[in-house]
Design a protein around this ligand. Sequence first.
Ligand code: NAD
Length: 353
Amino acid sequence: MKIAVLPGDGIGPEIVAQAVKVLDVLKSDGAKIEMESAPIGGAGYDAAGDPLPEATLKLARTADAVLLGAVGGPQYDALDRPLRPERGLLRIRKELNLFANLRPALLYPELASASSLKPEVVSGLDLMIVRELTGDVYFGQPRGIEIRNGERVGFNTMLYSESEVRRVAHVAFGIAMKRGKRLCSVEKANVLECSELWKEVMIEVSKDYPEVALSHMYVDNAAMQLIRAPKQFDTMVTGNIFGDILSDAASMLSGSIGMLPSASLDENNKGMYEPIHGSAPDISGKNLANPLATILSVAMMYRYTFADLATADRIESAVKKVIAQGLRTGDIWTEGTQKVSCSEMGDAVVKAL
Ligand code: NAD
């Protein structure tokens, strides 16, 4: 298996280095993996004048999976839009056709006090949000700003073809099958035709998965239920814009952005794996970042692209163990636990493995 390693900017190189330590352990235990690094984001711009250099895209295309740190930083904010680091990320997702974004929100009981919600509401939370990533109002045409009746109007088009909905539905049902066999499809079918089609296609696809209980929820209610009683959900599937918002809200249920991994998959389960957080310029270069989201992204890589569930479980157990031992980076530290650096946390996971 070939893994393209794209550390990116800010804390990216620090956290990816810890994930690479984990991969090195698996390699020394006999895993047949090969890693190759390349720049992306601001690092891509610095190296080749492009946030997604041609060579990086080529490497990502030929790899079986991509491990990404994070991109962006204040020094790149003044660049023209097409040259900005975030553009590199959007382009690689589109170029690799990564249409299904998997965002777990999982709360280790030991970290329940880090959540902004009451511990009893969130303790033990284990939710997976499947967000469609390459369609919807973010990509629909026409779009623009123009003059109508003497004033400026801005417009975007919410658009899904049935094939786009069907393919993400299959991913979501497949994941629900491996979890609690409950799938909640989130839309706004009471108002939007686009959502009406979404719901119809979900119901059609559900016939292929008789074991999965499909339910439907309007997005406004889903936002409320996520905060009120998040443990009612097992797997959720939703479109690009609703998923963007709901998955960020769900991430905060679990306290720290530094704990949550993500996967973006194509039709053949090739995937790009990355923590959900950004490049954290405020702490970069200080060895303070939490590397666990990135290490857990490697576990997702094993689960979804390599279909090696035993290794995925092994990595996740090692992370659970260091949390249970009381080791904490600054973002999840509380009184009575032991504060460690980014590299110390990486070393602890390696030891626990
Ligand atoms: P951010 O996620 O980088 O940081 C938000 C806050 O969370 C900061 O206080 C940061 O220190 C903290 N944080 C984030 N990750 C952490 C970790 N692993 N350990 C400990 N603390 C952590 O979001 P932001 O500040 O809005 O954005 C910073 C830059 O990152 C911007 O350039 C933005 O465009 C970019 N960004 C990139 C991605 C990505 O690469 N996928 C995602 C979001 C933002």
